[in-house]
Write a protein that binds this ligand. Sequence first.
Ligand SMILES: [Zn+2]
Ligand SMILES: [Zn+2]
Length: 376
Amino acid sequence: MSDKRDYYEVLGVNKGATDKELKKAFRSLARKYHPDKNSDPGADDKFKEIQEAFAILSDSDKRAQYDRFGHSGPQMGGGFSGFDIRYEDLFGSGLDDLFSNLFGGGGRRSSRPRQARGQSILVRKKIPFQMAFEGGSEEVSVDTFLSCDSCSGSGGATSDDVEICSTCRGQGQVTQTRQVGPFVQQTSGICPTCQGRGKIIINPCKDCRGEGRKKKKQTIRFNVPEGVDTGMRLRMRGKGHVPPQGGIAGDLEIELILENHPWFERDGAELLMSLPVGFPDLMLGRTVTIPHLDDKPLAIKIPANSLAGHTLNIPGRGLPNGRGRRGDVIILLKLHTPKKPSRNLKSQLESLKSDLSIADDDLENSILDEAKDRRS
Ligand SMILES: [Zn+2]
Ligand SMILES: [Zn+2]
């Protein structure tokens, strides 16, 4: 019925092999053929074959059945997903990277303990306004829990000092069965002995006191995209805290706060500013030049007969709008008057008054004109 190889043959052991011999054979074969370590085209299939053989032979019931019926036994079907290998039992706590990968590709999902996840960190970082224009690179210093070097995060003084929790047999979960009338009620919950970690530390690592992690100051560089604004958050996966006794590190989130520009306010890609100008400049016109974010001077041309309170628009000199273009610079003209005019200036203005001011009998008309302008 099946052209499968004999399981004993696959593992290279004889029919009378003890549990210990099986484990030993599986361990060395799995290391050799794990797809992460072995790129040969046949390694993947070989690895599956090894896993399947071990899953059957390490289970005394299934092994007995296999011994009697071979591959055509009643429980032999169902493909590999039906097998259940406890990698923790097999490799203890000294799991190296290879075998922590196995958790992802190995036995049934529900049969392995939930991977603990470390806390995420949120930091706020002020960045110069210039970055809104051209982006850049910044760094933050964060106190982060990192895996303890002395115990590689296990929390045990040696690898023998971490044991599989006997209450939950490493599952991190316990299932209680209760008879309720005619029903059998099953409840499962976090194992109280190991708090769901599946491991017990007998002799804690001195360096981290069994926590498996230590706080260290980390400097993390990150890139800020152009067009950035206050409140933007950058998420860096796995740069947060490592959970106690190993697991998946949390994330680092950096909330950016854009510092104020000395004179610009920002509205999306638009830059707004007020420009104080004297009355003669409004009347006669003038060009003023100020330094700008793009390193090219910003020339503001005030046309003759400009009005205070009106705005000038300089297109394409604002911030990047995210669509390959730049917004505008919008300039509000404000009338500047000397705070302490000299006696001389006052007398000169007095003589210009009839030309510059509005005569009493014209006042009502000019109010009307102004209102018309405003409403048009
Ligand atoms: Zn340690
Ligand atoms: Zn437990």
